[in-house]
Design a protein around this ligand. Structure first.
Ligand SMILES: [Zn+2]
Length: 429
């Protein structure tokens, strides 16, 4: 048996309510109790974690790996390397691949590719509707059997509420949560940025807050009607936070997630017409940021993720109206959140920050991850919460470079990522 002994670190394991300086033992690919055998103790590999946090491997439940179908943007191999370099031992990939992951065959293909080439655990989601068209439900039973952990039409949004109701009810039969990209097509139209002062000044079509809020409200009502969980992806609007807060207080199974760009950047960034500020949903205003931070502080929003959305440079190097939405995010995500939420705005302590990357997504998706319990898979992330570093996009593991965070000075970084007992990435000394 191969034993690994991580010594002197501060173990933060929210699922077990632990926050203490202690040692962690790994036996092969599982978290283990300390060995009683002196020989095993002395022959173990020792990792010194002095000054570091020792956390369950981080989970990013919203990434686009573009595989199959768009290897010019990313592959499972490259995207999972970026995940490892960001401190993530697990990612959940979205089904808007080519072909769309709306059937068991494509899910199986993705899982087999991940098995063969991924540096980290890749969990798959299936589409809500066939071809992401919002009309006909995909076969959830067959996709569940193939191993999906949730359904979502991310990138698209089911507009027909009756179809969405049936999707939630049908997913409930298989114990699958529904993740929704909240966008009302009639209200958003061809909007490319937040509808407000800056869209007016720049003469660009606006994507109003209400285009998100209407669907958040719809999802709250459907989650209540069906008594089944619905999760609102990448919340951008302060109004959505208020809706989620009152719904959660009423006990409705609704939740929301936050991406770093929505708390770090505002619509004013589009002043440069740089397509790396074009996201869906769009960057909004300082008041939205404050509302999202309040929502994180009071527990209305419980999950942090990247919405890692790689695009090739030539796809982004076009007029703003025509550029695709989205940015890469796996390698900047932890640093941005730690820097802003813990250090600068002091919205969360480290333990709550880690919970939002581990226990909370694991619970929503019923993953056997996000914990350092004995006999859990040995996915562990070592973090230096005070490390000051500068992000250099040229050194990114992703195949794409569409990020607005090049040159950002951040405080807090993962320094080693362990998946199933094996170090898959570590910072260069
Ligand atoms: Zn989306």
């Amino acid at each position: 048996m191969k034993m690994t002994h991580i010594v002197n670190g501060r173990i933060i394991d929210p699922a077990n309510k632990r926050d203490e300086i202690a040692d962690l033992w790994i036996a092969n690919d599982l978290i283990a109790d300390p060995p009683t055998d002196a020989a095993e103790r002395s022959e173990s590999d020792v990792i010194d974690a002095s000054g570091l946090l020792v956390c369950p491997g981080l989970i990013d439940m919203h990434v686009h790996l573009r595989d199959p179908g768009q290897p010019q943007k990313e592959t499972i191999a490259s995207g999972s390397r970026a995940a490892a370099a960001g401190g993530f031992s697990s990612v959940v990939c979205m089904p808007n691949t080519n072909p769309v992951a709306d059937n068991a065959g494509t899910i199986t293909l993705i899982r087999e590719r991940a098995q063969a080439s991924a540096a980290v655990n890749v969990f798959t989601t299936g589409a809500i509707s066939k071809g992401l068209k919002g009309e006909e439900l995909a076969p959830y039973g067959a996709m569940a059997a193939a191993g999906i952990v949730a359904i979502t039409d991310d990138g698209q949004c089911v507009q027909n509420h009756e179809v969405m109701r049936r999707a939630i009810e049908y997913a409930h039969l298989f114990g699958l949560p529904v993740l929704d990209h909240c966008q009302d097509y009639s209200l958003v139209g061809h909007g490319v940025m937040h509808e407000g002062e800056w869209s007016l000044r720049l003469g660009l079509p606006g994507w109003p807050r209400i285009g998100e809020e209407v669907i958040v409200a719809r999802n709250i009502l459907l989650a209540e009607l069906c008594n089944s969980p619905v999760h609102c992806q990448h919340i951008s609007s302060g109004g959505s936070v208020s809706l989620l807060r009152t719904a959660k207080a009423r006990g409705i199974k609704i939740s929301g997630e936050v991406c770093p760009h929505h708390i770090v950047l505002t619509d004013e960034c589009l002043r440069t017409f740089d397509s790396n500020y074009k996201m869906n949903p769009p960057l909004r205003t300082a008041s939205d940021i404050d509302a999202i931070l309040e929502g994180l502080a009071d527990g209305t929003l419980e999950i942090l993720c990247s919405d890692h959305a790689p695009h090739a440079f030539y796809e982004k190097e076009v007029e703003l109206d025509h550029a695709p939405f989205g940015i890469t995010g796996l390698e900047t995500e932890f640093g941005l959140f730690c820097d802003v939420l813990v250090h600068k705005r002091k919205v969360l302590d480290l333990s709550r920050l880690i919970a939002m990357f581990t226990m909370n997504p694991a619970r929503l998706l019923a993953l056997d991850r996000g914990t350092l319990s004995t006999r859990a898979p040995a996915d562990v992330t070592l973090i230096d919460p005070d490390l000051e570093w500068t992000f250099d996009k040229e050194r990114s593991q992703s195949l794409s470079r569409n990020t607005p965070f090049h040159g950002f000075e951040l405080k807090g970084r993962a320094v080693r990522t362990i998946v199933a007992g094996r170090t898959v990435w570590k910072i260069e000394d």
